[in-house]
Ligand binder design. Structure first.
Ligand SMILES: Nc1nc2c(ncn2[C@@H]2O[C@H](COP(=O)(O)OP(=O)(O)OP(=O)(O)O)[C@@H](O)[C@H]2O)c(=O)[nH]1
Ligand SMILES: [Mg+2]
Length: 252
């Protein structure tokens, strides 16, 4: 764990599946917001040609890279592949950033700033100053409910553990067992945050504005929600049993 360490070389990783209308604007905004950072688009062979467009962006700009993957394998697999790519290329910081415009590149400097005294920083919709724009009430309830469930079971000191905008020090990612990550969908976010907390890393949150996507379609599904809920419950039961065991040990 670091004290107040400079953050070094930053790689913004963007998973994409059918984001043809979003990928170029988001890359342009990122390049303007964090000009020194590199960008890695991890595309799962999108049928709409996102991968080919990403190649053209990469050919025009040495800061942009593309990781082509064989087919749609879920958000977690794309991020894990992107993290490994970043670690192999000696980046010091890896950022998770959606392609769909829900995360604002303009908020990223704030996350990176906070990372100077943290091991991972999550962009949070549910801390003071955080907000959502144009998000259907049903999605807000799902997100708030999922985070409540997560905090109830895991006691995790994170208000938006399910959020997908985050900056990780490479040392933090190296310090958690990425191969053991279980979730395939957005439970992946809780999985990673929980591993970081358990390993004793400092997890910080900064407020962000989260906007509903304007183009393309959501990949969120009932299966992804159920997976996240079941996994969180299983980790929570194990965690609470371990706490009870420790309590009995102390009171005997
Ligand atoms: N490479 C890859 N990217 C994915 C996959 N599923 C989702 N993504 C990307 O991950 C990001 C988040 O996905 P979204 O569909 O926006 O899902 P979400 O943000 O959880 O849901 P919404 O709030 O409804 O948008 C987007 O950039 C997607 O293109 C996948 O299987 N493979
Ligand atoms: Mg989205």
């Amino acid at each position: 764990m670091s004290g107040s360490a400079p953050i070094g070389r930053v790689l913004v990783t963007i998973p994409t599946f059918n984001e043809i209308d979003n990928v170029q604007p988001i890359v342009m905004r990122l390049r303007a917001a964090v000009p020194d950072a590199d960008i890695l688009i991890a595309d799962d062979n999108s049928p709409d040609g996102t991968g080919e467009l990403a190649d053209r962006l990469a050919a025009a700009d040495p800061h942009v890279h593309v990781l082509h993957r064989a087919g749609k394998q879920g958000l977690a697999a794309a991020y894990l592949a992107a993290f490994h790519w970043g670690l192999d290329h000696s980046y010091d910081v890896m950022v998770e950033h959606d392609a769909d415009g829900s995360h604002r590149p303009e908020d990223l400097p704030k996350l990176l700033d906070r990372l100077q005294t943290a091991d991972v920083v999550k962009g949070s919709r549910w801390v003071p100053g955080g907000r959502v724009v144009n998000w259907p009430k049903s999605r807000e309830i799902l997100s708030r409910g999922g985070n409540l469930w997560t905090r109830m079971w895991l006691g995790i000191p994170v208000k938006d553990a399910t959020g997908g905008f985050a900056a990780w020090r490479a040392a933090t990612l190296r310090g958690i067992d990425l191969d053991a990550v279980e979730a395939a969908g957005y439970g992946f976010q809780v999985d990673l945050a929980w591993r970081a907390v358990q390993a004793g890393f400092r997890v910080a949150e900064v407020p962000i504005t989260f906007e509903e996507r304007q183009a393309g379609s959501s990949k969120m599904s009932g299966t992804i929600v159920v997976e996240a809920m079941l996994l969180t419950t299983r980790w929570g039961v194990a965690h609470r049993l371990a706490q009870l065991k420790a309590l009995f040990k102390h009171t005997r």
